[in-house]
Design a binder for this molecule. Structure first.
Ligand code: SAM
Length: 151
């Protein structure tokens, strides 16, 4: 705070974020690309998207924006490929895989596998219009199987 390195957003009322400077970072691999929030969204965009899917329900804490996952999937795979997300969370990877015509396997240890991820994917199959839907002209379709592993 004393050094002016804590940022509270444009209006000064946001969640505090710590500014980090390259000079203070350990030397490592230099990133060769920059994906800005304008291009691939933010965690805040992702949270708001999830809230529109499940209004009034407790928010999922760590969703990723569909635009970010879509860019990763489009760079790293082709239509029809199988995408694995072993930390499925709210199901962003599955939602984007469906919308971009990839197959997917998601693994999730939490109860939200059923209450959030699978419930979200059902909306996607039914033509959900948030996230990257407009960008990829998503009209719904496809499907998925849901399995529970028991001891
Ligand atoms: C950061 S979140 C994933 C967010 C997700 N990519 C999204 O956009 O919603 C990480 C998830 O991994 C799950 N997880 C952590 N350890 C796990 C494990 N050993 N097996 C399966 N899931 C696990 C957590 O329950 C959590 O939902």
């Amino acid at each position: 705070m004393a050094q002016g390195n804590v940022w509270f957003g444009k209006d000064g009322l946001g969640v505090p974020r710590l500014k980090k400077f390259l000079t203070a970072s350990p030397r490592g691999l230099t990133p060769e690309t920059l994906w800005t929030a304008n291009d691939v969204g933010t965690n805040d965009h992702a949270k708001k998207h999830i809230q529109t899917l499940f209004p009034g329900e407790p928010p999922f804490d760590t969703p990723k924006p569909e635009a970010l996952v879509a860019r990763i999937i489009q760079v790293a795979s082709n239509p029809g490929d199988l995408v694995l997300d072993p930390y499925f969370g709210s199901g962003t990877t599955g939602a984007v895989a469906l919308k971009t015509n990839r197959r997917f396997i998601g693994i999730e240890a939490g109860e939200h596998a059923a209450t959030v991820a699978a419930a979200r994917l059902r909306q996607v199959v039914d033509g959900e219009q948030g996230g990257v839907s407009a960008l990829v002209d998503w009209q719904g379709g496809g499907g998925f199987d849901f399995f529970c592993l028991r001891q």
